[in-house]
Design a protein around this ligand. Sequence first.
Ligand code: ZN
Length: 271
Amino acid sequence: MFRLVNKGDISYYIIDSFEETGLVRHCFTTRRGGVSSGPYASLNLRFHCDDTKENVIENHRIICDAIGIDYRRLVCSKQVHEDKIHIAGEDDCGNGIMFENRFESVDGLMTNKPNIPLLTVYADCVPLFLLDTRKRVIASVHSGWRGTVARIGYKAVEMMKAKFGSCPDDILAAIGPSIGKCHFEVSDEIAALFIREFGEETAERYGEKYHVDLQTACMGQFLKAGIPEKNITVAGICTYCNSDLLFSHRKTNGIRGNLGAIIELKDGTTV
Ligand SMILES: [Zn+2]
């Protein structure tokens, strides 16, 4: 499960199955424990908005300190709702936090190197976490509705197999808090796309409008890539329903901060 950890003023989720391996430091952040105010209160990880850069950097430092990561080494994504996944190396450390983000299109990050913390950010889209416990490979992948239709979750697993020789039986996967079917109203065209691509169970009519189930569509991709169901953790938490704890783009009409999915392989964990 995704378990909420409270540490002083700060709250964040950890995934039990990932924690139990002892291989990674990781979390999915909440709004609690940062220094930002107003719609960004308080742990906002979103740059380029009305929050100050100083606040946003301080929030990165606070959450990274809480889980034992050096925030100056974070590799930040450049999310554009596409399906590119970048394999991060030492040269990428600090990207988007210590120096200007030099990526063009990076919705997913992957590495097999320790001490390279990967960060993707959220406010309703689906955070995906992957950990190959044998080959020691991690990924943090942003899957909004466009990324989900582009099958970025499936592609991330296929990339682990192709680049690192991963076997799906060894991969733990997690699908984090995101906008739930309860609140993800979409056009008939988008609903039809999900039904065609991922089956009837991913879209449901609520009165006049269709609602789409992104988490189930992501689950289907992991299963299709061969990950056993027992290896997959689904948060089942809706950001819109829990907007006091989590940033939600829809709930706030876009005036909101970002949550973060952070994961790093610990030292001495390479094979
Ligand atoms: Zn909801």
